[in-house]
Design a protein around this ligand. Structure first.
Ligand code: 13P
Length: 250
């Protein structure tokens, strides 16, 4: 039985003080987290260390939103997996559609990052998803397949068993338009079957596949009750403690 994994992605919101305030409140209410549920928050780099001081003895886990695929070196402005680990961070979002769209990340770059994260014992949350135009052209599954195969290229089944996949249809991110539970379930099932082909049935049936894109307390329960939807990657609705818990308790 897979558990539910609810992750918040703050994106480029909250400075250090705002982060600390928010996380203190989150921890105060952590008894609301159901037993079968993991909660992760992925904060800006600048807040990782301070937030970890508050989260380290709590039930809530810490993640980052990106990293570079080298251990160290002359890469001005980049952050390495070892640096993330030194803050106490355990998870890292990779290949978010905003990284792909605004910062030119390709499947090949995402693949290098996923491999490096696993090598350094960070759990990658690898994001994939089609644009509106791709959905309307009927090529959603082809796009998703290309991103999954590209991002996981060269990984062994054992390595694939260490990742989380987040299906985030680009047209649903920050738009208020959510995929219907049936639309999301179809793609999640497609991803699980694909993972079975590129690794094996056991890895596929244990894999956590999150849905992301305008998830909120009002629609979370129905999405999360689909057989292949194992959690959510939440943007806007994770920026307020109450709405984040509204999803966690759904
Ligand atoms: P929204 O929940 O704001 O649509 O964002 C989803 C997302 O991009 C999470 O990574």
């Amino acid at each position: 039985m897979r558990k539910k994994v609810i992750a918040g992605n703050w994106k480029m919101y909250k400075d250090v003080n705002e982060s600390i305030e928010f996380v203190k409140e989150l921890v105060l209410k952590q008894n609301n987290i159901p037993d079968n549920t993991d909660v992760i928050i992925c904060v800006p780099f600048t807040s990782l260390f301070s937030v970890n001081q508050i989260l380290k003895d709590s039930k809530i886990k810490l993640g980052a939103q990106n990293m570079y695929y080298e251990d160290q070196g002359a890469y001005t402005g980049e952050i390495s997996p070892l640096m993330l680990k030194s803050t106490g961070c355990k998870y890292v979002i990779l290949g978010h559609s905003e990284r792909r769209t605004y910062f030119g990340e390709t499947d090949d770059i995402v693949n290098k990052k996923v491999k490096k994260a696993i090598e350094k014992d960070l759990t990658p949350i690898m994001c994939i998803g089609e644009t509106l135009q791709e959905r309307e052209s009927g090529i959603t599954n082809q796009i998703v397949e290309k991103q999954v195969r590209g991002g996981l290229n060269g990984l062994s089944p054992e390595e694939i068993s260490k990742i989380i996949i987040a299906y985030e249809p680009v047209w649903a991110i920050g738009t208020g338009k959510t995929a219907t539970p049936a639309q999301a379930q179809d793609v999640h099932k497609f991803i699980r079957d694909l993972i079975s082909k590129i690794s094996n049935d056991k890895v596929a049936s244990n894999l956590i596949i999150q849905y992301g894109g305008s998830m909120k307390p009002e629609n979370a329960k129905e999405l999360l009750s689909q057989p292949d939807i194992d959690g959510g990657l939440i943007g806007g609705a994770c920026l307020k403690v109450d709405s984040f818990y509204g999803i966690i308790t759904a």
